[in-house]
Design a protein around this ligand. Structure first.
Ligand code: ZN
Length: 196
């Protein structure tokens, strides 16, 4: 029922609201997000990438459904410390086929809640640290293309246009409502605590 939405679906620029309740509905959405993520060979997926305007994301750095022990859920995450920085290549399931170098903190400390409702504090670097920063950005409506320098942005432009054309075509076919209607639905979901 959920689908991974491509750029420039309005959910990707939506500033998500905090999760107020961890219940069966949220757990079902999390499960569905892991399955969609594996089907696309991704390592991380934020709720607004499936049109849900709430602050949580899922990660499995192995991208392997056969390794559920590696599944992590971050609810209401907050990056509380950042150390130095480094540049590395990133992609995003909302930008199929697009990759670019992004500068991120080399080490971070993140505080969040897990599905059991326990507060978890985690020090992360390398791929884990980068993925957490990328996904937390999604919850604020920030995208990795925002960080590309002018030259990288220019070379990414054709691919971004292609992804956007795919979204507009799907919209014309009725797969997505108008952007205005999507924004209205997002506001309504964000207002209603019943969404989780
Ligand atoms: Zn992404």
């Amino acid at each position: 029922m959920l689908r991974i939405v491509p750029y420039p679906h309005p959910a990707l620029r939506y500033e998500s609201r905090p999760v107020v309740q961890i219940d069966d509905r949220l757990r079902a959405t999390v499960r569905e997000m892991f399955d969609l993520m594996y089907a696309s060979n991704g390592i991380g997926l934020a709720a607004n990438q499936v049109g849900v305007p709430l602050r949580f994301f899922v990660l499995n750095l192995t991208a392997d459904a056969a390794q559920p022990d590696e599944e992590r859920v971050f609810i209401n995450p907050e990056i509380v410390k950042r150390h130095s920085s480094e540049e590395n290549e990133e992609g995003c399931l909302s930008f199929p086929g697009l990759y670019g170098k992004v500068r991120r903190a080399r080490k971070i400390k993140v505080r969040s809640y897990d599905l059991a409702g326990s507060e978890v504090e985690l020090d992360a670097d390398d791929l884990l640290g980068r993925a957490i920063q990328h996904e937390t950005d999604h919850l604020d409506g920030k995208l990795f293309i925002d960080y590309l320098g002018p030259i990288a942005r220019t070379s990414a432009n054709a691919k971004v246009k292609e992804i956007e054309a795919g979204y507009r075509k799907a919209q014309a076919e009725g797969i997505y409502p108008s952007d205005e209607e999507i924004r209205r639905q997002l506001d309504e979901m964000a207002r209603s605590a019943a969404v989780v």
